[in-house]
Design a protein around this ligand. Structure first.
Ligand code: ATP
Ligand code: MG
Length: 597
């Protein structure tokens, strides 16, 4: 019940619907209750007639007409209620899905490191479907049942308090019997949902990377793992359902006994002459009205159980602390921060991923506005992590990072991220057209601006060769493009963002030397007048920078110009020496630094 109230509160904007549904439900209950009274009236008239009183045929006909009128009213009202319930449910669904997505979009990167995409999606779909289903069922049936019972109780008290007492016991008893079975049911449901979510997560991952699965011929293994999860849900469901239905037999058995008592009272009292036949029929009808809901209540309770389980998952995600309270407005096209390039300072920064050891420790270096700095270090040495920290994707455990002299902690994340343009190590494009991808940071960018960015990234020529040009669909994550093409689109995307700080995380790694030179020219243009951090695989790229920062064991090892570092005998000097030497063994050592000579 608490969960239900919570759900209704989330969508409090739907109050006109709630109100309308309550009103129609009341009207439906009213028409429902009129029927037994009309029938009672008719029976009393007919019984009189049978006893020899002058029959009021016209009265009976009028009563039949009244019956027709209430039936028609009931039919119309029920359907109006059904319509309102449907609309409310779909609006509720939209609200819940919207807030879930809003929440996910605001969660920190950390959250996504531990979750499979498919799992997140699966959970969303199930939670929302079950919550919405329940609310729909609740609005369309349960609510009316509840009101009917209340009304029936009031009427029966008038005729016979023992019957009213027995009826009054029924619902609380039923709910109590349900709740004592609920905990076990919920535990099994959670187990089942976990299996479904894990299977769903893997499913999405496999489909998303089907090439890998195919090339390693692992279809069967993936299928088996998937089916195993589903088989487990069958086992869990068997246990869950057996338990549930066994308890339902007990529950209903108890209710059957109570209704037995009710009917015994009605029949014996009538036989003793305490009730007229009309009253007996009235009471029998009322009790039947009260009885029906109880027995269909199993169904409602079932739906509500699922909704509770679903809402638990839902509210667990909603309770995660987000990066921001409210999503930032979509950024308009054009330069993020006017006023030229900005410097970057890392001061005694330490950072480790959750549950892992420190990746970066005591990292201190400064980059002047407009300077071009390369970061060199072993693979897995923390270069990409450095970029993530700069983007505010993770917060450093200690130390400070400044952009343009301002501590990241004092800037909004939106501001931090709008100041930095990144070309990621993995180009990560979206399905859609090339134009949409290049203009991702600035959807309103003019066609000229998009073309200009593509030219700068040396992407224009290959884009033009596609039959659909800039409007070519590139498939999920850009699967229809080659690695180098993807990379150039990613560069163009960063160019169009036009941020004062530029980070190139191995931006040219998937390109051959000729293409690299072409992109390099584009990058040169891009780097002019911007503070740039280059994480490069190629010495050719590194040698043209102003300064180099080398990382060793998570710490800054050396900082200096390429010429200075060439003489110190550190990592960079080692790289140069290795490049100069052509032996196989040395080339192998070069790979340690991911450097392609
Ligand atoms: N999201 C993450 N969660 C936990 N650990 C991570 C995460 N990302 C990276 N790591 C770990 O942090 C360390 C540094 O990774 P990082 O990606 O920064 O290396 P890198 O220097 O960019 O390497 P490369 O040159 O291969 O790209 C690695 O040991 C890696 O296993
Ligand atoms: Mg990296």
């Amino acid at each position: 019940m608490r969960s239900l109230i919570r759900i209704l509160l989330v969508a409090r904007g739907l109050w006109p619907y709630y109100t309308a549904i309550v009103v129609t439900s009341l009207a439906v209950v009213g028409t429902n209750l009129m029927t037994p009274f009309i029938v009672k009236g008719a029976i009393d008239v007919v019984v009189e007639a049978v006893r020899g009183q002058p029959a009021g045929v016209s009265t009976v006909v009028w009563l039949a007409v009244a019956l027709l009128a209430t039936d028609l009213a009931n039919t119309v009202l029920t359907n109006v209620g059904g319509y309102l319930g449907d609309v409310m449910a779909v609006k509720l669904r939209a609200t819940l899905a919207g807030s879930y997505f809003t929440k996910l979009l605001s969660l920190p990167q950390r959250y996504f490191d531990d979750e499979l995409t498919g799992t997140v999606i699966n959970r969303l779909t199930r939670s929302i479907t079950e919550i919405t289903n329940f609310v729909n069922v609740f609005a369309n049936t349960f609510f009316q049942m509840f009101l009917t019972l209340a009304a029936v109780l009031v009427v029966t008290v008038w005729y016979s308090w023992p019957i009213a007492v027995l009826l009054a016991v029924v619902y609380p008893l039923f709910v109590w019997l349900t709740t004592i079975t609920s905990a076990r049911w919920q535990a099994l449901e959670a187990e089942k949902n976990l299996d479904l979510d894990v299977a769903g997560g893997r499913f999405a991952e496999v489909i998303g990377q089907i090439r890998v699965v195919k090339s390693f011929v692992q279809e069967r293994r993936e299928l088996t793992a998937f089916q195993d999860r589903y088989r487990r849900t069958i086992r869990t469901t068997r246990r869950q359902s057996r338990f549930w239905h066994a308890m339902d037999v007990a529950r209903r058995g108890v209710l059957n006994l109570i209704f037995f008592g009710v009917f015994v009272v009605i029949f014996t009292q009538t036989a003793r002459g305490a009730f007229t036949v009309g009253v007996m029929v009235l009471l029998v009808q009322l009790v039947t009205m009260a009885r029906q809901p109880v027995f269909s209540m199993s169904f409602v309770v079932d739906a509500s159980q699922r909704a509770v389980a679903g809402s638990r998952d839902y509210f667990a995600v909603m309770a995660e602390p987000g990066e921001w309270e409210e999503l930032p407005p979509a950024r308009p096209a054009g330069p993020a921060a006017a006023g030229g390039p900005q410097g970057i300072d890392f001061t005694t920064v330490c950072f480790g991923y959750e549950g892992g050891e420190n990746v970066l420790c005591d990292v201190t270096f400064s980059i002047e506005p407009g300077e071009r700095v390369a970061v060199v270090g072993e693979s897995g040495g923390g270069k990409t992590t450095l970029v993530s920290l700069l983007l505010g994707l993770y917060a450093p455990d200690s130390g400070t990072i400044r952009i343009g002299g301002t501590d990241l902690g004092e800037l909004s994340l939106e501001e931090v991220r709008s100041r930095v343009g990144v070309v990621f190590q993995d180009p990560a494009l979206f399905s859609g057209t090339i134009r949409e991808n290049i203009a991702y940071a600035a959807p309103d960018a003019s066609p000229e601006a998009v073309t200009e960015a593509a030219r700068s990234a040396n992407a224009h020529a290959f884009i033009e060769r596609f039959p659909a040009g800039y409007e070519s669909q590139i498939g999920e994550r850009g699967i229809k493009l080659s690695g180098g093409q993807k990379q150039r689109i990613a560069v163009a995307r960063a160019i169009l963002k036009d941020a004062p700080v530029l980070v190139l995380d191995e931006a040219t790694s998937s390109l051959d030397s000729k293409a690299e030179r072409l992109v390099q020219q584009g990058l040169e243009r891009l780097m002019a007048g911007r503070t740039t951090i280059v994480i490069a695989h190629r010495l050719s790229t590194i040698s043209s920078v102003d300064r180099i920062v080398t990382l060793r064991n998570g710490r800054v090892d050396e900082i200096g110009t390429p010429d200075e570092l060439a003489a110190t005998g550190g990592i960079y000097a080692e790289l140069l020496a290795l490049q100069a030497s052509a032996t196989k063994k040395d080339r192998k050592r070069l790979h340690r630094y991911d450097i392609l000579a």
